[in-house]
Design a protein around this ligand. Structure first.
Ligand SMILES: CCC/C=C/C(=O)SCCNC(=O)CCNC(=O)[C@H](O)C(C)(C)COP(=O)([O-])OP(=O)([O-])OC[C@H]1O[C@@H](n2cnc3c(N)ncnc32)[C@H](O)[C@@H]1OP(=O)([O-])[O-]
Ligand SMILES: NC(=O)C1=CN([C@@H]2O[C@H](COP(=O)(O)OP(=O)(O)OC[C@H]3O[C@@H](n4cnc5c(N)ncnc54)[C@H](OP(=O)(O)O)[C@@H]3O)[C@@H](O)[C@H]2O)C=CC1
Length: 283
């Protein structure tokens, strides 16, 4: 569907690029000629992903980095600039999320999500933005948000994520104006339901929940990672050079059928939530 050199020699940093959607985006970028740097907390996951992703060729640099930590982010970009000499594209994909009635959350649980999604995205954006502005080089930042952020409606049962992703969308739109003069373009994608181990283990832990959510999708299917990766490739490419500050929803029409993805869980009982809570916590 794309020219094979669409992203030729573009250097792309993808947070959370060793798993799920981040990895799928990275694989498509590699096919289109990009050079990757993937970063997240678990080095062994990154190492394995980098090895598998380069089986067909291409280059994937990896470095462990917790996006909640300013110093680790500076170290990440130091390492990527040292390795590749530049960065052209940043994909803010790292996130944390789980379903829970909001009244069951501790402040620590709220922070766990806000710090990865909102603070983490802001910190990476700031670190790279400052470097681009100082050097006079521009670039593209792609932020992965959610339909409940893009619709403006939020969603029950994932409220820290809803609040944080809405903040990320506001960051996207604000900087689309403020940093355009530096040649920095901002775009976002709002995915609907794309089964990944990370998301499903924390948000769709049972067949019953899956069925409830699926019922909301007019196309009656989940998304394919390759569909999302194609959109992510187009949006960061020079072919999309006039798109700035936009969020593109890719959800099979789900949000139009009723905003607030997880509001569907409204009638679960306290007993149901006890069981789901046990299923969605880290083992
Ligand atoms: C499909 C549609 C949309 C998808 C969007 C996505 O983003 S998909 C992306 C999906 N991918 C990911 O999310 C990947 C990354 N996610 C993660 O690493 C974890 O899920 C994390 C977000 C909890 C952060 O981990 P961490 O090591 O930083 O934190 P920690 O383990 O130390 O817990 C901190 C606090 O949270 C509490 N708590 C935890 N779980 C639950 C629960 N189920 N219930 C209630 N509370 C819960 C826990 O009790 C503790 O509070 P306490 O007891 O101290 O007051
Ligand atoms: N799957 C879906 O249906 C949907 C997904 N999304 C969004 O898509 C993106 C990818 O999600 P998905 O692939 O499904 O889930 P994953 O759990 O696979 O992806 C999350 C990634 O973030 C990384 N991460 C988490 N915390 C940190 C941190 N503190 N520092 C650095 N990296 C971190 C994780 O790696 P590690 O644990 O090694 O740090 C992991 O690679 C997210 O932004 C999510 O909100 C949005 C809507 C729907």
């Amino acid at each position: 569907m794309f020219r094979r050199d669409l992203l030729q020699d573009k250097v792309v940093v993808i947070t959370g690029g060793g798993t799920g959607l981040g990895r799928a985006i990275g694989e498509r970028y590699l096919e289109l000629g990009a050079k990757l740097a993937i970063a997240s907390r678990r080095e062994e996951v990154l190492a394995r992903a980098a090895q598998e992703m380069t089986a067909q060729g291409g280059e994937v640099f990896y470095k462990s980095c917790d996006v909640r930590e300013e110093k680790q982010i500076a170290d990440l970009f130091d390492a990527v600039f040292a390795h590749y000499g530049k960065v052209d594209i940043l994909v803010n994909n790292a996130a944390g999320n789980f379903i829970s009635p909001t009244e069951r959350l501790s402040a620590h649980a709220v922070d766990a999500v806000l710090k990865i999604v909102l603070h983490g995205t802001f910190y990476t954006t700031l670190e790279l933005g400052k470097r681009w502005i100082t050097s006079g080089q521009g670039g593209v930042m792609l932020n992965i948000v959610t339909t409940y952020a893009a619709s403006g409606a939020g969603s029950g049962f994932v409220v820290p994520s809803a609040a944080a992703k809405a903040g990320v969308l506001s960051l996207t739109r604000s900087l689309a104006v403020e940093w355009a003069k530096y040649g920095i373009r901002q775009v976002a994608i709002a995915p609907g339901m794309f089964p990944t181990e990370g998301a499903w283990s924390r948000l769709v832990p049972s067949d019953e929940i899956a069925e409830r959510l699926m019922h909301r999708v007019p196309l009656r299917r989940v998304g394919n990672k390759s569909e999302l990766a194609n959109l992510a490739a187009f949006l960061v490419s020079d072919e999309a050079g006039y798109i700035n500050g936009e969020v593109v929803t890719i959800d099979g029409g789900e949000w139009l059928q009723g905003a607030g993805e997880f509001n569907e869980l409204i009638d679960l009982s306290a007993h149901d939530w006890d069981q789901l809570s046990a299923m969605t916590r880290k083992k």
